[in-house]
Design a protein. Structure first.
Length: 66
């Protein structure tokens, strides 16, 4: 899970770089989409942190929550 989160971060960095060189309208659209993805990534990180703190005995409930 942690590796997946790091991969998402790298992909977000690429998208942000593309947004920086895009035209005005495209930049605005990309920024909005990036913000949505960042919010979803933050939720995934919070769930992962919650699982890590709870321990492996709660794996089934964690898996269902994801």
């Amino acid at each position: 899970m942690e590796a997946q989160l790091k991969l998402w971060d790298a992909k977000l960095d690429v998208l942000m770089a593309r947004a920086d060189v895009a035209g005005t309208q495209a930049k605005s659209d990309l920024r909005k989409r990036i913000d949505v993805v960042k919010a979803k990534r933050a939720v995934a990180q919070a769930k992962f942190d919650e699982f890590r703190a709870a321990g492996s005995e709660n794996w089934d409930s964690f898996k269902a929550g994801i």
